[in-house]
Design a protein around this ligand. Structure first.
Ligand SMILES: [Zn+2]
Ligand SMILES: [Zn+2]
Length: 240
């Protein structure tokens, strides 16, 4: 399998916790010959201080419009890495705010707060404790509600910080055309889980999740993972 992707739909900038500018990402992607990228800074409940706000996301969006004219050789999408923030399946953006973006990546992280005080106990705080079978089921249901109610295109680094049951999520992903990410900072699936996803009919996407420009289009840990795990190339939507 050639170690090359043609699109990278998950990367950050200094507007959340990345080191680089939007233009750094774009120039690096063009240098690698990528055809499409999405700028996906973290959702509003992820960061401390004033970073990651929805307003910042809108600044990204308008900057992307300007940069798209400057760099017509690559398609630049305006995205967000929204967070799952409650057992009800809420994201940290509303359905109205979601319309501002070309692509929604849904990430899972332990630290984002919730919309309601109680979510900080039942979601945020609980995520710092070890998972149990019952907890996995609750989190899986939250995923299914989010996938049902929001216009999500990619599930980022599933299983990394918060464990889920991959089977039902892969089934709904297959039905709704949602992609399961193989993340450049590490892949958290067992052989059995990969097979479950393939059997359910869901497809994969490879993302860098770059927080520095040199990582754009360069998902090193995915290439390592694919050396020992067999995923047919045609099931990965952005392989070159
Ligand atoms: Zn993430
Ligand atoms: Zn990310």
């Amino acid at each position: 399998m050639d170690k090359k992707i043609k699109a990278d739909y998950h990367m950050h900038t200094y507007r959340s916790d990345g080191k680089q500018t939007l233009e750094d990402n774009i120039e690096r992607a063009i240098g690698l010959g990528l055809k499409t990228i999405a700028i996906t800074d973290h959702g509003p409940f992820h960061c401390k201080k004033s970073r990651c706000t929805f307003d910042y996301q809108l600044v990204n969006k308008y900057e992307i419009r300007r940069l798209q004219k400057k760099y017509p050789q690559i398609k630049i999408m305006s995205g967000i890495e929204a967070n799952l923030v409650s057992l009800r399946g809420d994201l940290d953006i509303t359905k109205e705010q979601e319309k501002a973006f070309d692509i929604i990546v849904m990430g899972q992280h332990r630290s984002p707060h919730g919309w309601k005080f109680w979510d900080n106990i039942t979601w945020r705080l609980r995520n710092f404790f070890p998972s149990t079978k019952g907890r996995r089921e609750k989190v899986t249901n939250a995923y299914l509600k989010a996938m049902e109610n929001h216009n999500i295109k990619i599930l980022a680094h599933l299983n990394r910080y918060i464990k889920v049951n991959v089977g039902p999520i892969a089934k709904m992903a297959a039905e709704k055309g949602i992609l399961i990410e193989l993340n450049g900072k590490g892949v958290n699936f067992t052989d059995k889980e990969i097979q479950t996803i393939l059997d359910a009919g869901a497809n994969f996407v490879i993302s860098s999740d770059a927080h520095r420009k040199e990582h754009v289009g360069n998902p090193i840990r995915v290439w390592k993972f694919l050396e020992t795990h067999n995923i047919p190339k045609e099931r990965i939507v952005n392989m070159e």
